[in-house]
Ligand binder design. Structure first.
Ligand code: AMP
Length: 216
């Protein structure tokens, strides 16, 4: 049976957003990026967005309570078919998600961990342009895009994210190791039958082929 509730984990720039978009269009599973939801709040200058931005721009995690509020609202509004990209990012978020989904009798059915060598990460981030409106990302080199060019999906200008700076990247990597890698350990302990590791160093189409075999 096709998987319905998927979590996609991996370090910054491991291709979570790209894979989530490919999965969403191939299988119709909504792509929920907490980073993109927070950036959209921030660009609309809502209270949540302004608070979130003060953490995001420093490369720090937004407090659990705020992210959990956004995720809960999303599920209550849109239902329990989703592909989470960038959530959960801490063990307490993972525990919250398990409890909430238990209460809906709709547990996770796949946890994908994208693996990428540390040295690849700054190289990919420095080449990345993003759309703050729709969450699309492009490679400057591979897609021949420049800052300010229209987003290929929604035509808003592409920008460099304010957390794609050298200092913020270092901090995001430390946080990934400290707070998010324990999420992989948590799932290995509690739901090892759902966890699948995928090498993310190969091209995005090969990664997608491997993921497709897990979803359908
Ligand atoms: P991303 O687009 O997934 O790289 O997320 C960008 C930034 O948004 C992160 O560096 C965090 O500051 C914040 N963020 C996104 N998702 C979460 C989350 N699940 N928990 C806390 N902060 C988050």
């Amino acid at each position: 049976m096709q998987k319905q509730r998927i979590v996609l984990l991996g370090p910054p720039a491991s291709g979570k957003g790209t894979q989530a978009d490919l999965i969403a269009s191939a299988y119709g599973i909504p792509h929920v990026s907490t980073g993109a939801l927070l950036r959209s709040e921030s660009s609309r200058r809502t209270d949540i967005g302004l608070e979130a931005d003060s953490w995001i721009s420093k490369g720090l995690l937004v407090p659990d309570e705020l992210v959990i509020r956004i995720v809960t609202t999303w599920i209550e509004k849109n239902g329990s078919t989703f592909l989470f990209d960038g959530f959960p990012r801490s063990v307490s978020q993972a525990e919250y998600l398990d409890d909430f989904l238990d209460s809906l009798k709709a547990p996770l059915d796949l946890i994908i961990v994208l693996e990428l060598a540390d040295k690849e990460i700054p190289r990919r981030i420095n080449d990345r342009l993003s759309c703050l409106q729709c969450g699309a990302t492009c490679s400057g080199k591979l897609d021949a895009q420049v800052e300010g060019a229209p987003c290929p999906r929604c035509r808003k200008p592409l920008v460099r994210r304010n957390d794609d700076t050298d200092e913020a990247i270092e901090r995001r990597l430390e946080i990934y190791r400290e707070l998010t890698m324990p999420v992989v350990d948590y799932y290995n302990r509690t739901s090892s039958e759902l966890v699948r590791r995928i090498d993310a160093e190969v091209g995005s189409q090969s990664v997608f082929t491997s993921i497709s075999k897990l979803i359908s």
